[in-house]
Design a protein. Structure first.
Lengths: 227, 227
DNA sequence: AGTATAATAGGAGATATCTCATATTTTGGA
DNA sequence: TCCAAAATATGAGATATCTCCTATTATACT
């Protein structure tokens, strides 16, 4: 992880969008953290020291279940918060957060900004709105996703996690995330290869027919409620 | 729907829990609305005129999908909000809300309380916390639910929607909610009857072995993350 | 380096679930 | 009152998905 220093930092913090979200006076605490793909932003169980706001990139959220299996819970992209729940109520068990691509975040040290943020009406309003959108997005997704076979959900997952045309998630994690057996995931992946959508290259897969994958994936959301 | 008048009203509004959520000065706008089972609290698409806070009972949230099918989205119980998203941002398309049992709500006319609530730090904090819990609950549920066959999810659904030991949801709606085909739902229901868990009585089902149903249902949440 | 553990890979049979087809009954208006 | 639409029921065959099994690599730890 790399922290960016003053001049460049000012540049980001003065963005209009950020003015509309974060209160005056928070600039002095703002840092900018850059993470490489694969780097851990937070280790599961650790009290996160920062409230992050994603400026660019994408991260994965992990959680270890009681049976010891690690489950990929979801992805977060630009304009998402990390550590928002812990900011609201410290007792929450934090999850593992890993950068899935090169990711740049605004980072506020929790101890310094908690008071300020939790007493700022604009920030709280934004946070509530952010969460309400997330809830709607989740429930729309959930109700739809049950209705489609793995083929469609896998297409979406591949597009979500691909980098530069290369898909290389661990099958064990993908299976957990998609809620299917490892065996069946392999089966459908093999079908994709057979149909020429993917090309296997060692342990990775090269996306050969992105447009078809997109078509299969978007059919899930053709009837989705919210964007 | 019945509105409750002054003396009784005061009684509810002075509850400690409510003091901790809603700002001073809101009492003058507070109303108490009672709904009978089956009564509609909000008609889909109507701008809800009230922000509701459920004091007791249970409601169902409906949504009409683009294909015209009506889907049961979820249930809300005590301490839940109705109309919170619309309070935050009016443009949201409201859903249909129907009382599933006798339900009593605190009701605040949106036009009168929006300003007050959206500028109250305590309320916003509570709302954000409420939403963050909902998010966690949803995602825990989603990740778990995919992993279990209909048998378990149906057991949970029956317990959730049963009243006085009688289950009488429409099969079409239940199938939508559970994300399975109508045919399969009937199949599993028939199994339940055959095993003596339910007893068919005309168009209703009588719960015969609630403890077994509970066991099947809770097995879903044995490894759940949050309560 | 060597060994245990996790990840990859694929076969085969069992289940869960879907689709389609068809008949009957309810229900909500014209 | 009657009709069209929706809900209930059930059968049969097709698919999706699971479980169990067995091998073969990677990976991590000693």
């Amino acid at each position: 992880m790399k922290k960016i220093m003053t001049e460049t930092r000012q540049h980001f913090i003065e963005e209009d969008t950020l003015q509309a979200i974060f209160p005056k006076g928070i600039e002095q605490f703002a840092e900018i953290h850059d993470f490489e793909a694969g780097e851990f932003i937070n280790v599961e169980g650790d009290e996160p020291a920062y409230l992050y706001y994603i400026l660019s990139g994408k991260v994965k959220v992990y959680f270890t279940q009681s049976n010891g299996k690690v489950a990929l819970l979801h992805f977060l992209g630009t304009h998402s918060f990390i550590g928002d729940m812990e900011l609201l109520e410290a007792r929450y068990y934090s999850k593992g957060i890993q950068a899935s691509q090169k990711t740049r975040c605004l980072a506020f040290p929790t101890v310094h900004v908690r008071e300020l943020l939790l007493n700022d009406v604009t920030f709280l309003r934004h946070l509530a709105l952010y969460m309400s959108k997330k809830i709607m997005h989740n429930s729309a997704k959930m109700s739809q996703s049950l209705a489609y076979p793995l083929e469609n959900r896998l297409a979406e997952f591949i597009l979500m996690s691909e980098n530069n045309g290369i898909y290389k998630e661990k099958h064990t994690e993908a299976a957990e995330f998609l809620g299917v057996s490892y065996r069946h995931l392999l089966h459908v992946l093999a079908q994709f290869v057979e149909r020429g959508l993917l090309q296997k290259d060692g342990r990775c897969y090269i996306l050969r027919e992105k447009s078809i994958l997109e078509e299969m994936a978007t059919s899930i959301f053709a009837t989705a409620i919210y964007d």
